[in-house]
Design a protein. Sequence first.
Length: 182
Amino acid sequence: MNNHSTSEESEAYIALGANLGDREGTLKEALHRLDNHDGVQVVRSSGVYETEPVGYLDQPQFLNMAAALRTTLAPEMLLDVMLEIENQLGRTRDILNGPRTVDLDLLWVEGQTFDTPKLTLPHPRMLERAFVLFPLNDIVPEQEPSGLRARVTEALQDVDGKEGIRLWTTSVWEGGSGHSVS
Ligand SMILES: Nc1ncnc2c1ncn2[C@@H]1O[C@H](COP(=O)(O)OP(=O)(O)OP(=O)(O)O)[C@@H](O)[C@H]1O
Ligand SMILES: Nc1nc2c(c(=O)[nH]1)N=C(CO)CN2
């Protein structure tokens, strides 16, 4: 335990996207690296969806998915771990909304809000993006204690871009090391 950890575990939801190189292999590798990190366990993962690019259109189709984590890391520390994994897997930042080997967004941490230059929680664009809502819909349980289930269900009703989303494969994650987070 260090000053970046809390003694409490919380559930966090993340979105993953990739549209360059071995997209499916990269998503799987990102989940393994997260699960292998101290204080982080991947507990559920969504289907993988192939999605039309949104925002910057002249780029390849994405694979998008979401995962639920249990973590003892504080949210800013978890984000650092995610950004480090993006860098390890070859993420560069050239074009706004442009192509990427992997993008990891922290969407929601049970019971936590944040508004700093480095981290905004909940993620401000999560409910506007069909490529985030479809995967989240697979993994947020009815009993999610901080109200995420109702928000996802409501947002899915009117979100734009549903026609650009296709199921690619039901799962790329067969469970991890089985270690606990604390
Ligand atoms: N909830 C969050 N999840 C991920 N990054 C965040 C979050 N809130 C703020 N950021 C900041 O956003 C910065 C830019 O992130 P990134 O380049 O991945 O954006 P993007 O994926 O292109 O756009 P978007 O955030 O709309 O998906 C990161 O360095 C990070 O500090
Ligand atoms: N389909 C799709 N489009 C995008 C995505 C993404 O992950 N999937 N990410 C973006 C920037 O975060 C911009 N546009």
